[in-house]
Design a protein around this ligand. Sequence first.
Ligand SMILES: [Zn+2]
Length: 269
Amino acid sequence: MMHGYSYTERRRLLQVHASAPAFVFFNILFIWGFYVSVIRQAVPLLNDAVFSCEVVFLVIGLYSILTSDPGIVTNGSASSDQPLNSSVSQVDNHDEELELPCHESTEGSGLGTRVRYCRSCKAYIKGLDHHCPAFGNCIGQNNHLLFLILLFGFISTEASYLVCASLFAAKSGILDRPSMERTLSENLAVSTILFTILQLVWQVVFVIWHIYCVCVNIRTDEWINWKKYPEFLLVVQPQPGQRFANVRFRNPYDKGILQNVEEFLALRA
Ligand SMILES: [Zn+2]
C-alpha cells in the first residue's frame, strides 16, 4: 500500500514537487522573452534557429521528466520479482525517519533492479540515482537517460545563449561603456550572461559526475549511502593484533566501462 501509487496520489506529489520546476520553467521563459525582445536583432538566422529549437527541446524535456515514472515499484511489480511486501510491513510499523531499509539488495533477483527508497517521494524507486528538486522528480532507472540528455540540453542551450548574447554585446558595444551609461536592457544582458556562465559551471561539473557514475556503474545514492547496502560491503578479516574486522567498499556492479555504459543505455530500452 505504501508505495502503490494511484493516479491521484501521483498528481498530488506532482503538485507538491512542482514549485522548483515551475521556477526553472519561468527562468527559461524569461531568458527566451528577453532574447526575443532584445538579443535576437543582433543574431544571425542560423544561431537564432539553433537557440529557438533548443528552448523548445528544453520545455518539452522538462515536461517529460516532470511527468515521467522514474521506476516506482508498485505492489504488483514488486511481488513479481522481489519479496518487498514483508519489508514494507516492517517499515509501516516504524517511524518514518527510520534508517533506509536496505533489504532489497539485489541478491537473487538479478543485479539490474537496485531498488532504493526516496524520502522525498516516499517511494521505492528502481535504480534510484537521486531526487532532483529542480525537475521535481526522482531520477531512477526509467528516466536516468532522459535526465542526462536534458542536462546536456541545458548546457548546450546556455552555451548558445552565451554566443547570441555576446554577439549582441559586441554589436552594441556595451562592455566598453560603464554600467551607469547602459540602458536597462543592456544591463539585463550583462546580468543574464553572468547568470548563464554560473549555471554552465555547476552543470558541467554535475554532468562530469554523472558520466563518471555511468562509467563505473554506481548511482549517486549508492555512492553516498553505500554503507547501508550490503552488496557494497567487503568485510576484511582482522589481522592479528587488530580487534575488529575492516569494512571496505567494493562495487559488485562495476563490469568495466564498456559493459557499464552498455547496461546504462539498455536500462530504458
Ligand atoms: Zn524522489
